[in-house]
Ligand binder design. Structure first.
Ligand code: GAR
Length: 227
């Protein structure tokens, strides 16, 4: 269905691996759940299967390890992303730390999904971290990106129970479909012009959000209810 309200928000996606979150975004765009135009997929590993999910004209990738340092790679990545003129940049399984210069350039329109209930378990192996900590619940978070890893303001989360006998693999596999729905729902808020970041806090419809939105089982985001 064509948008009645002018051009669709332009979405750039950064991805390093399998690309199932990218696929969730592509599917949502295709069936009208997400009013956005994908303007490019950008990667640090040319062999990443994620890239094959889009037409060659939409792909940009370079072998990050071939660059002398992070800044050199980030500068080329930033130039490529900026050339696509995105309104939003979404890190969907992008596994390389983004340097401060990149983050500042796209600040306020740069989102990431991380498979933990941030601020719990940032960084690598979050599923194993959750199991080691004995958590009763696990989940995924969509957050604004800041230079510190996985530390930006959290927009929305989805929670699942940790089950007896879970391994990092079973936990990750059970979380993944929920993560996909979270990514689509959060990106729909962004594309709808409802989301912003100010002074390190999330703003939804112009109001400061004091705790992350929660995804319900039908794929809708709601304010968290405490107590
Ligand atoms: C996803 O679970 C994503 O949350 C995670 O990597 C996976 C990528 O899967 N991202 C991070 O851990 C970032 N710190 P995908 O390539 O199939 O979307």
């Amino acid at each position: 269905m064509p948008s009645l309200s002018g051009p669709k928000p332009r979405l750039a996606v950064l991805a390093s691996g399998r690309g199932s979150n990218l696929q969730a975004l592509l599917d949502a765009i295709a069936d009208g759940r997400l009013e956005a135009e994908l303007v490019g997929v950008f990667g640090d590993r040319p062999a990443a299967p994620a890239l094959d999910r889009v037409a060659p004209a939409l792909r940009w990738s370079r072998e990050a390890r071939a660059y002398p340092d992070r800044a050199a790679f980030d500068a080329e990545l930033a130039a490529a992303v900026a050339a696509a003129e995105p309104d939003w940049v979404f890190c969907a399984g992008y596994m390389r730390i983004l340097g401060e210069a990149f983050v500042r350039r796209f600040e306020g329109r740069l989102l990431n999904v991380h498979p933990s209930l941030l601020p719990l378990h940032p960084g690598l192996h979050p599923h194993a971290q959750a199991l080691r900590a004995g958590d009763a619940e696990h989940g995924a978070s969509v957050h604004f990106v800041v230079p510190e890893v996985d530390a930006g303001a959290v927009v929305a989360q989805v929670r699942i129970p940790v089950l007896a006998g879970d391994t990092p693999q079973t936990l990750a596999a059970r979380l993944l479909p929920h993560e996909h729905r979270l990514v689509v729902a959060a990106m729909a808020l962004a594309a709808g012009g409802r989301l912003a970041e100010r002074d390190g806090q999330v703003r939804l419809d112009g109001q400061t959000l004091f705790s992350p939105l929660r995804l319900d089982s039908s794929g809708h985001l709601h304010p968290a209810v405490h107590g």
